[in-house]
Design a protein around this ligand. Structure first.
Ligand code: XMP
Length: 211
């Protein structure tokens, strides 16, 4: 069975990052990297990690269409599997990203407490824009099951990626029960003294669970 883990390797030290990526790469659905990694190691880390797994760039892009185009041109040579972008910038900005040909995963809600004030109450409108822009997937919180369930019920063809697992309180089993296609897990994996065993255990727990 294909893994449902997206390992969020928010590491800034190249040796540690490559070591963990080479250990777990074949046993996860994808590796996600974020700004700390790219700012520390440069954009070529995207291509270098692609040897081990699909790479998702969690850039949470939120800009005008022209700047989105310029950014996607800069990373095209690294061939990321997907890029994460905010949906709140609207359909013109999202569609520009989609037209790059790289899969776009769109943030329609977030797992941190502060997002409950402005972002999360607008999830329906954000989902409409994401759907109409043709994005591949959406991000919905794996530590807010009520919201996750509502979002997942309207996902159409889009895949649901859920952070907020472990360090932020969510459970990967409950997250999948409430509609996640993939669970994004960071510190729980990369801070473990044996990240490969951790990944294998999570895969097995998910495989053995009756959903
Ligand atoms: P941890 O260590 O908390 O890492 O498992 C989670 C990773 O995912 C990012 N993150 C989010 N990304 N929407 C997103 O698009 C969210 O709601 C969200 N919450 C966490 C976080 O930056 C880290 O890379």
């Amino acid at each position: 069975m294909e893994s449902r883990i997206v390992a969020s390797l928010d590491l800034t030290d190249e040796k540690s990052l490559i070591k963990i990526a080479s250990l777990i790469g074949e046993n996860v659905f994808a590796i996600k990297i974020n700004w700390p990694t790219v700012l520390s190691l440069g954009k070529t880390i995207i291509g270098r990690l692609s040897k081990f797994s699909k790479v998702i760039c969690d850039f949470k892009l939120a800009d005008i269409p022209n700047t989105h185009r310029l950014i996607m041109e800069q990373i095209a040579d690294q061939n990321p599997w997907a890029v994460i972008a905010h949906a709140f910038v609207g359909k013109d900005s999202l569609s520009e990203l989609v037209s790059s040909g790289t899969r776009i995963i769109s943030v329609v809600s977030m797992s941190n407490e502060g997002s409950n004030r402005h972002l999360n109450p607008r999830w329906k409108e954000l989902m409409e824009d994401a759907l109409e822009s043709g994005v591949y997937g959406i991000v919905a919180p794996g530590n807010n099951y009520g919201l996750l369930r509502q979002i997942s019920s309207r996902k159409g063809n889009m895949k649901v990626f859920s952070p907020g697992i472990g360090a932020q309180g969510g459970s990967y089993i409950e997250s999948i029960e409430n509609g996640s296609d993939y669970v994004i897990i960071g510190r729980t994996i990369y801070s473990d003294e044996d990240p490969l065993s951790k990944v294998l255990k999570i895969n097995l727990d998910i495989e053995n669970h009756k959903f």
